[in-house]
Design a protein around this ligand. Structure first.
Ligand code: ADP
Ligand code: MG
Ligand code: MG
Ligand code: MG
Ligand code: MG
Length: 736
């Protein structure tokens, strides 16, 4: 999202009346953009993170922490540099839902060089310092997923009270005042109001309280008959949470579809690993993650759509909120794992297919378009469908799913991208950087080794629920695809080929089963140096590249041919024979028995660190990939630290943020075994978090021993990173 332009939101009645207009033109816009961009080839790997932050204000005398409703002023200042020098800034700042939230990204995406892994943490640190400079002494920018007492009495600064009876209130919440919604752009309040209006009542978010020895039931505000439920009643409880997202550019649309699919089953796995939000409205709950909360917080489905009353005014029963995990795979290989009913309007689907879109993509877009627009601006109603994409983006950007398939924006040099959206925000830049670099590396390994993580959507859905359970990272098991022998063989072959110097994702053509480089992934000669020349922003002298530009071309055309052929063939067949209004793809070629044997329940430890004869482990796969790469010592050191951290957290040697937060509450002297996180407990925990993120407080259970300095922030930076910083000037060297 760029700097948000101001606009005049339509009323809900006006917006509702234009739902079909937005749908019709949005679909036309997608068809047009698809034909403009489907043959786009050879984009190089670019990627970047988004971190969301909460601004906290400490009252040091009273020992109270509150969210500071200052995002609008803060953003005005943060955006000054960008407005003056849009291309030169090291960070970009955007509004988020909360009046106490901001979102930061690097000034430009990172690229295909291994050495770029050295820049992520430094850039995150730069962002934090940039904000901190603008804050008062008692304020702090924190990358926490949820403010533990969000929605508890007096949780904002300045104080604001909810007005549930006020017809002019957007949220009408009992707990979350409108003042806590970002005031600087009408989008956020408009969405709040329209989602509530469309649904026909306030949103209802239910969490089981963590029942301790003296937990008082019913919990304050519990719904009738559900005494152990912490009830939240506003969009802000979910959209007011922070997360960590990543976007990757693929070399072409086929690779984007493939990455989208391969990463989808990893979403619940990464959610469990990054679990960081066990406390809501001042209560310890049974959940470790924000996902279901945010999903329910924007659930605009009517009672009919939710299946509570017979269908009368609406078109469909809809299984999920518009914020949820994805419902269908997009690549031909993924098609047979689309095992849940995919709701869509047959007319919209037909329009897409007649417009030349293959079955899988048409199904995906038609499914996105079962949603009505919930935010429309008068300036945007009438558009040129040959050039504009706003109506498409209107629906796309309010389908908040675990993965997002992002077409190139109009008139830009940006290619087809995929966004990975499940992760929770971590306390420290180190953790956030580790997760980001890990996922980026994983994408390279997937492409290079042609890994296959495809798991039936129904099982991915099940994993999403499992991932959020208390202590899931250590205690639960997840459906995971058994690695076929070929996975390991490919890995071994790829390594044996000794690909040092040819350092990109698609050399794997050589490592395919027949070893002749003509697999669907194609071949071609990636060349790190060529890539290095392209990457003017990050020219740090390394030739190690994650992506070969020349390769992108060779690979691309081959892959597109295959992709289009498969997609269209499957599509037409399925589209006409097996899909009705609620199309269920039933393209099963293997017998169910064979298929079922492919999937088994593994722990997070087994998924990341491996289980013999079953799966080599994500971390060992990455290590094996790295062995075939030319990696300079600094970069190797940075990546190793991240991998060691991930491997330990997955093994349970280090605990998740969620587990750590629970411990802080349970072991606090003021805690009364009643599940309540008081103002004092909240204050003390946030103070510790402040110390951790500044590198002043050591918390071995979270981060191990190695990463801290009690004294200076500077020492907190690993030596390898310090060298990089000196070279790239990414951060000011305050100590000199
Ligand atoms: P959104 O809010 O729509 O998800 P943002 O623009 O906030 O997206 O952030 C997307 C991320 O993608 C940023 O980290 C940005 O640096 C990165 N990015 C920008 N351009 C590209 C590109 N061409 N390919 C991949 N990532 C990109
Ligand atoms: Mg963003
Ligand atoms: Mg966003
Ligand atoms: Mg955001
Ligand atoms: Mg995003």
């Amino acid at each position: 999202m760029g700097l948000l332009s101001e606009g005049s939101p339509l009323s809900w009645e006006e917006t509702k009346a234009l739902a079909d207009h937005v749908r019709e033109h949005g679909v036309n816009q997608f068809i047009n953009l698809y034909h403009r961009l489907k043959d786009r080839q050879g984009d190089i790997l670019k990627w970047g993170d988004e971190v969301e932050y909460i601004i906290v204000k400490f009252d040091e005398e009273k020992k109270v922490a509150r969210v500071a409703l200052i995002a609008q002023d803060l953003l005005a200042q943060l955006n000054e540099k960008e407005i003056a020098d849009p291309k030169g800034v090291k960070s970009l700042w955007r509004p988020e839902y909360g009046a106490y939230m901001i979102e930061g990204t690097p000034g430009k995406p990172f690229g295909g060089l291994m050495a770029h892994f050295n820049l992520v943490e430094a850039n995150m640190r730069y962002r934090r310092e940039e904000v901190t400079e603008l804050l008062a002494k008692d304020e702090c920018v924190m990358s926490i997923t949820n403010f533990p007492r969000l929605g508890s009495p007096n949780f904002t600064y300045p104080l604001a009270q909810p007005r549930p009876e006020d017809p002019l209130s957007s949220a009408r919440s009992l707990y979350f005042p409108d003042e806590a919604i970002f005031p600087g752009h009408p989008r956020f309040k408009t969405l709040t109001r329209n989602i509530r209006m469309r649904r026909g009542e306030k949103v209802s978010i239910k969490l089981k309280v963590f029942k301790d020895a003296k937990t008082k039931l019913p919990v304050e505000g519990a719904p009738p008959g559900e005494p152990d439920v912490v009830l939240l009643d506003a969009m802000g409880f979910g959209m007011g949470c922070c997360c960590l997202q990543l976007t990757f550019q693929a070399c072409n649309i086929t690779e984007a579809r493939r990455l989208y699919d391969q990463l989808a089953p990893l979403c619940p796995i990464m959610l469990a690993l990054t679990a960081a939000s066990p406390i809501y409205r001042g209560y310890l709950t049974e959940s470790d993650c924000r996902w279901n909360v945010i999903s329910s917080s924007v659930d605009c489905r009517t009672e009919e759509e939710r299946g509570l009353v017979p269908l009368e005014h609406q078109k469909f029963r809809i299984a999920k909120s518009r914020y949820d995990s994805i419902d269908s795979y997009l690549s031909p290989e993924g098609a047979k794992y689309n095992d849940v009913p995919i709701t869509y309007d047959k007319q919209v689907y037909n329009r897409l297919v007649e417009g030349g879109i293959d079955h899988l993509l048409a199904q995906h877009v038609a499914h996105l378009f079962i949603r009505d627009t919930v935010s429309l601006f008068s300036e945007k109603v009438h558009q040129n469908d040959n050039e504009d994409t706003d109506h498409f983006e209107n629906i796309q950007s309010t389908n908040w799913q675990t993965m997002r398939f992002k077409p190139p924006p109009p008139n830009s040099s940006i290619g087809w991208r995929v966004e990975f959206r499940p992760c929770e925000a971590q306390i420290s830049d180190f953790e956030n950087a580790a997760i980001v670099c890990f996922v980026v590396l994983l994408t390279r390994v997937i492409l290079s080794y042609q890994l296959n993580f495809l798991t039936p959507i129904s099982k991915v859905d099940e994993n999403m629920q499992t991932a959020q359970k208390r202590d899931a990272c250590r205690a639960e098991k997840f459906w995971f695809r058994k690695s076929s022998k070929t996975t390991e063989q490919r890995a071994a072959q790829a390594q044996a080929k000794g690909r040092a110097g040819h350092l990109n994702g698609w050399q794997s053509g050589e490592a395919s089963e027949n070893g002749n480089g003509t697999s669907t992934n194609g071949n071609g000669n990636g060349n790190g140096n060529e890539d290095a020349r392209e990457e003017e922003h990050f020219n740090n002298g390394s030739s190690a590249s994650l992506n070969g530009h020349g390769n992108g071309h060779g690979h691309g055309s081959k892959a597109t041919t295959n992709g289009t052929t498969n997609g269209t063939t499957n599509g037409t067949t399925n589209g006409s024979s097996t899909t009705a209004t609620n199309g269920v793809d039933s393209d099963h070629t293997d017998t169910d028995d064979e298929e079922n044997e492919l999937f088994q329940l593994l722990t997070i430890n087994e998924i990341f660190n491996g289980k013999s004869d079953v799966f080599p482990g994500l971390v060992p796969l990455i290590r094996s990939y790295l062995q075939s790469m030319e990696v300079d010592t600094d970069t190797h050191c940075t990546i190793e630290q991240y991998l060691r951290f991930i491997e330990k957290r997955a093994a349970g040697e280090l605990i998740t943020t969620a587990t750590w937060m629970r411990q802080q509450v349970l072991n606090h002297p003021d805690y009364k075994q009643d599940s309540v996180v008081t103002e004092g407990i909240n204050y003390d925990m946030l103070k510790l978090i402040q110390g951790i993120q500044e590198g002043k407080h050591v918390e071995p259970a979270l981060l191990g021993q190695g990463y801290h300095s009690k004294t200076k922030t500077k020492d907190f930076i690993p030596p390898a990173l310090q060298k990089q910083l000196a070279k790239n000037g990414c951060c000011e060297d305050n100590d000199k």
